[in-house]
Design a protein around this ligand. Structure first.
Ligand SMILES: Nc1nc2c(ncn2[C@@H]2O[C@H](COP(=O)(O)OP(=O)(O)OP(=O)(O)O)[C@@H](O)[C@H]2O)c(=O)[nH]1
Ligand SMILES: [Mg+2]
Length: 402
């Protein structure tokens, strides 16, 4: 059902709001991320439209004047896709389609589409397909009539394409079937996980594109796919790693993102079992990203949802090579020092020091501070191991050397 197609970059526009909860700066950050998602999905952003509103218009998300502006632009510039920053209700989506007469995609739809493109194993594909059908179900009525669904491209890889005449019952049956299939694979995976025996389990987690797979590769000398696009990793990879003489299992997991579609959290729950069953979490953060604190908050929120929040966790601040604070000239007496001006040393004295003594600053790419990282992980894994198997504690010396 999920098709992989190579497509040319599709001409797209982005539409977002500035609200009480989301000031101009936040809105820009969100749209930057949406643009990155669009690019990852195979689209090129031609223009952004932003409107100041108390709350979204219940019928058309943005107001009618703005909509007219968008409509003219779409028509004059032959835009194929309009991408909205928030989840649209089925009704909003239909109304907007009628006005703009191009594909209308929301953030959830876009993320689902990227997942569909990137799912490699049959397990990941099944999970994505389930999420897509669940997204589709409330949107079935009248969704397809005024659209050229055959065109393909962003948001069209998936159930929608061939299911024009599908009714809810068929979709519900399909959902039930996919759920059964997932339960079956889950059981097999549980057995596999059980077979891994007594090794301590460590999981790399974090926002998408922070460098989890890159770190996995340098630590385990493996070759997990890493690239500068969102959601490069969809399947969990597990490697046996030995530091000193201490073996443990390290897993690389799917990246998190803010407003992760609930359907996806649900259907990826089993992938996230890896996280839930880990003894130690390594929360990787891209410190060179201007919104890294928001990213941490999103990850913690999802961890909470999947009940992984109370695990021992190390914060790994990655990409220190790319970290560049803004500077204030000596003769500039106007500009106030903000977080954007913090040096790494400044950062280390903030909440990072107060709340997380278990934090480390590295560059996975340039292999900076990796020895320190190894030692930190070694000490913790050793502690866990020794607590669990006190009888072979003599195997692992107190201090890790080299
Ligand atoms: N400058 C810099 N770039 C890095 C570093 N570590 C990783 N990257 C780059 O960041 C991008 C994302 O890296 P990945 O390892 O794929 O990130 P990920 O967290 O696994 O991403 P997803 O699987 O998409 O969630 C790649 O282009 C890496 O080369 C680092 O320490 N410094
Ligand atoms: Mg990855």
């Amino acid at each position: 059902m999920i098709e992989e197609t190579t497509i040319e970059y599709e001409k797209s526009i982005l539409i977002g709001l500035i609200t009480q909860h989301q000031d101009e700066e936040k809105s820009k950050e969100y749209l930057d991320e949406l643009e990155f998602l669009t690019y990852t999905a195979g689209g090129e952003v031609m223009k952004r439209f932003v409107q100041k509103m108390q709350m979204p218009n219940p019928k058309t998300f943005i107001g009618s004047g703005k909509m007219e502006e968008v409509r003219t632009y779409v028509e004059e510039n032959d835009i194929g896709t309009a991408i909205f920053d928030d989840e649209l209700s089925p009704g909003q989506q239909r109304n907007i389609e009628k006005i703009l007469k191009c594909k209308i995609i929301d953030r959830t739809n876009l993320i689902l589409d990227i997942f569909a493109q990137r799912a490699q194993t049959s397990y990941a594909r099944t999970q994505v397909e389930l999420a897509q059908y669940e997204y589709l179900l409330p949107r079935l009525t009248g969704m397809w009539t005024h659209l050229e669904r055959q065109r393909g491209g962003i948001g069209m890889r998936g159930p929608g394409e061939t299911e024009i005449e599908t009714d809810r019952r068929i979709v519900r049956d399909r959902i039930a079937l996919l759920k059964k299939k997932i339960v079956k694979i889950d059981r097999q995976m549980e057995v596999q996980r059980g077979n891994r025996g007594a090794l301590v389990r460590v999981a790399l987690i974090g926002y998408t594109n922070v460098g989890k797979s890159t770190l996995m590769n340098v630590i385990s000398k493996s070759e997990v796919f890493a690239e500068n696009k969102l959601f490069a990793t969809l399947d969990t990879t597990v490697r046996k790693v030995v530091i000193g003489n201490l073996p443990f299992l390290l897993s690389d997991t799917v990246g998190f993102i803010r407003k992760l579609p609930t359907q996806l959290v649900e259907s990826f729950k089993s992938t996230l079992d890896e996280v839930r069953e880990a003894d130690l979490l390594l929360h990787v953060v891209d410190i060179s990203h201007p919104s890294f604190e928001d990213h941490i908050a999103s990850v913690n929120q999802i961890l909470d949802e999947i009940k992984g929040a109370d695990k021992p966790t190390f914060m790994i601040f990655n990409k220190i090579d790319a970290y560049q604070p803004e500077t204030i000239d000596d003769d500039d007496l106007v500009t106030e020092k903000t977080k954007a001006h913090f040096t790494l040393t400044d950062w280390k004295q903030t909440w990072m020091q107060r709340e997380n003594t278990d934090a480390i600053f590295i560059s996975a790419l340039n292999k900076e501070n990796l020895e320190e990282f190894r030692k930190m992980v070694y000490d913790k894994v050793r502690d866990i191991h020794v607590t669990r198997f006190p009888y072979n504690n003599f195997l692992y010396p107190e201090l890790y050397e080299g």
